[in-house]
Each structure stands twice: as C-alpha cells, then as structure tokens.
Design a binder for this molecule. Structure first.
Ligand code: SF4
Length: 136
C-alpha cells in the first residue's frame, strides 16, 4: 500500500477514532489505519507531501491537489511540519512517526498547532496525544 501524508495528518492519524467528513472518507481513513497499525504496515514508509494525500483522497472538500479550506490546511501543515521536523519529500515509517510525535509534541504545542482545526473542540485528539506522550 502506497501511503502519503501531509504534515498535519500524522497527528490526525494517531487520534483517528472513526469520525470524518463522509462515509467514503471514514472508510478510506479506517483502511489506512488498519494497514499502518498492522505488523507489515508499521515499518512501511509514508511519503510526506505538501498537497492532498492518501487521507484526503475521497474527501468532499478536495479539489484536485488542494482543499476548499486551503488557507487553514496550509497553516496546520506549516505548524505540524515544524514541530515534527518533517518536510515534503521525506519518507518515514508509522513506527518512527509515532516515536517522533512522542519525542517532539507537547500539549502546549498541540494546542497551538491544532488551533485552526474544527475537530479539536471535541477533545478526542488531546486525550489520545496526552496518553501517547506520557506512555513513550
Ligand atoms: S485537532 Fe484536528 S488537526 Fe489536530 S490532530 Fe485532531 S483532527 Fe488533526
């Protein structure tokens, strides 16, 4: 399975709990996470991209290689790329990405970087990230 993530989707992937923008979006995201969390998927390399990625593929807001809320997405990507020290063109396994999240993300950084996201208010991501950074 060939997987690409834009920078802010590493944290979204860690926090994914089966919610999303449409049934197709959720089914696709669930399939990606089933693969990445499997023994063969954990070490598969994820391509870091600066445009729409494997998670965006069936999104109703996708327009070619960009999003209808592109300004917000660009801000999220910029902040997350800086925190995780990744850029377009990098390749990283899910196992290493999870370790990088544990090493580099703090709750303060999460609140700053994810501020523009409409999903943040539900608290799911904060809950998962808190557990992840305390356990690693
Ligand atoms: S708050 Fe939004 S951008 Fe941040 S991890 Fe959650 S879903 Fe992703």
């Amino acid at each position: 399975m060939n997987i690409s993530f834009r920078p802010h989707h590493f944290l979204c992937a860690l926090s994914f709990r089966g919610e999303g923008y449409s049934p197709q979006f959720i089914a696709n995201f669930s399939g990606i996470m089933r693969y990445l969390n499997s023994s063969s998927g954990e070490n598969a390399l994820i391509n870091v991209v600066g445009v729409t990625d494997s998670i965006c593929a069936p999104c109703p807001s996708k327009r070619n290689d960009h999003c209808i809320s592109q300004k917000k997405i660009t801000n999220l990507d910029k902040a997350h790329a800086e925190i995780l020290n990744i850029q377009s063109g990098d390749k990283i396994s899910w196992k290493d990405a999870k370790q990088r999240i544990a090493d580099r993300v703090t709750l303060e950084k999460f609140h700053q970087a994810c501020a523009p996201c409409e999903w943040k208010k539900f608290g799911w991501c904060e809950e998962v990230i808190k557990i992840h950074i305390n356990a690693n």
